[in-house]
Write a protein that binds this ligand. Structure first.
Ligand SMILES: [Zn+2]
Length: 480
């Protein structure tokens, strides 16, 4: 190699967005796993499209979970179904011994936003009204693709360890992983890999919110609201007091707190004193402790509201999640693999679809983002929202990827996103995710120093404190 070339090459690679640190040729194991993903690309596409066709909502993903579990069983994974009391949760395992590496998969859809895979509002011909507005069809397909590719390379090249694919239902209601976490199914892991659809491509590095999802039921006494109201005790009065006090509390918590509620039940008729009413809250903040503090205050408010109205009350904490704990050594390892693989290579079909969708949505017609974002030096501030992946991140070192799956600036959890995730080209994102996850899996299986550094960072962040679920022990998951 001439001097001139030697000088130019790092610059050339830097211009392509590849840092010189990753300019080394990937290992034979890594090359093998990337080639394997290319080989199964049409299977990944098939899975993504099938999950999109199913579009089953939280806790009702019977066909989606069976579909993925069957594929993994056929591939030679041993599959446990009905994990943590949820019929649609499963764990597929291959290999044995240490390290134990996990890949997470999701598949649930969102109600009411189903749409044909076209760039305009159009109901599906099969009249499925739910939609993959969070792209979990791609999530499930990409993760299962990564697991299959990694398993084949482990087998072919003798990589030691245990690989698990967790089929985690009901992410949209923050139920799946939180109940699985409470029941200890992630306890023996050395590291966890996951990804999520987005409008850009980057290693996950944006903070999210801890959250408690709970409802308070009030029980009063019915009476004729005009003839003998003194015999009545209004559960609705208690709900109104609780809402009012919560809104006054809002002024005296840090601005990072988010408090939202609906009143699903507030009585049946004005001339009957409501004997039953229910208020349903989400309370969020930047960390678990703050949520616990706000929650304790809200429980006092419930008690006070019941006292003032001479009603009784019952609190149900349906689920609670942590904020995501980011693991720098794993983020850096994943970033190298992302730089190596690159963003999805969008063709004119996907770009045109995105531009059409942006046009009907009143957004600038920018198309798909085809770049890879660099890893920022520190965790980026909260944008708003929670994920149940966060609980896994407090049990073992966890890292995630975001891959563009829909046009830039399009609304999320929307019919636009649901439609975008149903076009065949969308699975290019699942291929990228499968490659980056499988390549990072190779790192974890072959580089004990990386695992040790990840564990050290995790110990430092958690101060060795064991994970404690927010969900009461023994409470059953809300299986419909
Ligand atoms: Zn999601």
């Amino acid at each position: 190699m001439s001097t001139r070339l030697a000088l130019l090459m790092p610059l050339g690679l830097a211009l392509m967005g590849v840092s010189t640190a990753n300019a080394q040729t990937p290992s034979a194991d890594k090359r093998a796993v990337l080639a394997e993903v290319d080989r199964i690309s049409s299977d990944i596409n098939g899975m993504a499209m099938q999950l999109w066709n199913f579009s089953e909502i939280a806790m009702r993903e019977q066909r989606s979970s069976a579909f993925l579990a069957d594929i993994l069983a056929k591939e030679g994974f041993s599959v446990r179904r009905g994990v943590a009391g949820m019929p649609t949760a499963f764990v597929a395992e291959f290999g044995s011994g240490k390290p134990v590496i996990a890949i997470l998969a999701e598949y649930d859809a969102l109600p009411g936003i189903g749409n044909a895979a076209v760039p305009k509002r159009l109901l599906r011909e099969d009249s499925v009204t739910a939609g993959q507005g969070c792209g979990h069809n791609l999530f499930g397909a990409g993760s299962v693709g990564a697991a299959i590719a990694l398993k084949r390379v482990m087998q072919a090249r003798g990589l030691k360890g245990t690989l698990r694919l967790y089929g985690t239902p009901a992410e949209e209601t923050l139920i799946g992983k939180t109940y699985m976490a409470r029941d200890g199914v992630f306890n023996d892991l050395d590291a966890t890999l996951e990804w999520h659809p987005n409008t850009h491509t980057a290693v996950g590095n944006t903070a999210n919110q801890a959250n408690n999802n709970f409802s308070v039921e009030f029980f009063g006494q019915p009476a004729h609201a005009a003839a003998d109201p003194w015999n009545g005790r209004s559960a609705l009065d208690a709900v109104e007091l609780m809402a009012h006090a919560a809104n006054q509390m809002r002024e005296h918590v840090k601005p990072t707190a988010r408090l939202h509620y609906v009143i699903p039940s507030g009585g049946e008729a004005p001339n009957v004193v409501p004997a039953y009413a229910r208020i349903w809250f989400f309370v969020r903040d930047v960390d678990r402790q703050s949520v616990e503090d706000h929650y304790a205050w809200l429980l006092k408010i419930a008690e006070g509201s019941a006292m003032a109205t001479r009603t009784t009350f019952k609190v149900t904490l349906t689920t609670g999640v942590y904020e995501y704990l980011f693991n720098r050594p794993l983020q850096e390892a994943m970033q190298k693999n992302l730089d190596l693989v690159g963003a999805p290579k969008w063709g004119e079909t996907e770009q045109q679809f995105a531009r059409d969708m942006q046009k009907v949505s009143g957004r600038t017609e920018k198309g798909m983002d085809g770049t890879v974002k660099p890893l920022a030096p520190s965790v980026q501030p909260v944008e708003g929202g929670s994920t149940d992946v966060a609980d896994v991140s407090w049990i073992n070192p966890t890292v995630g990827l975001e891959v563009a799956t829909a046009g830039q600036d399009l609304p999320w959890h929307s019919w636009q996103a649901a439609a975008s995730h149903g076009i065949p080209g969308a699975s290019k994102a699942a291929d990228v995710a499968a490659k980056v996850i499988a390549a990072t899996g190779v790192d974890l299986l072959t580089n004990p120093q990386l695992l040790a550094r990840a564990r050290e960072e995790f110990q430092k962040q958690t101060a060795g404190k064991p994970y404690q679920s927010a969900i009461p022990a023994g409470q059953k998951p809300p299986v419909p």
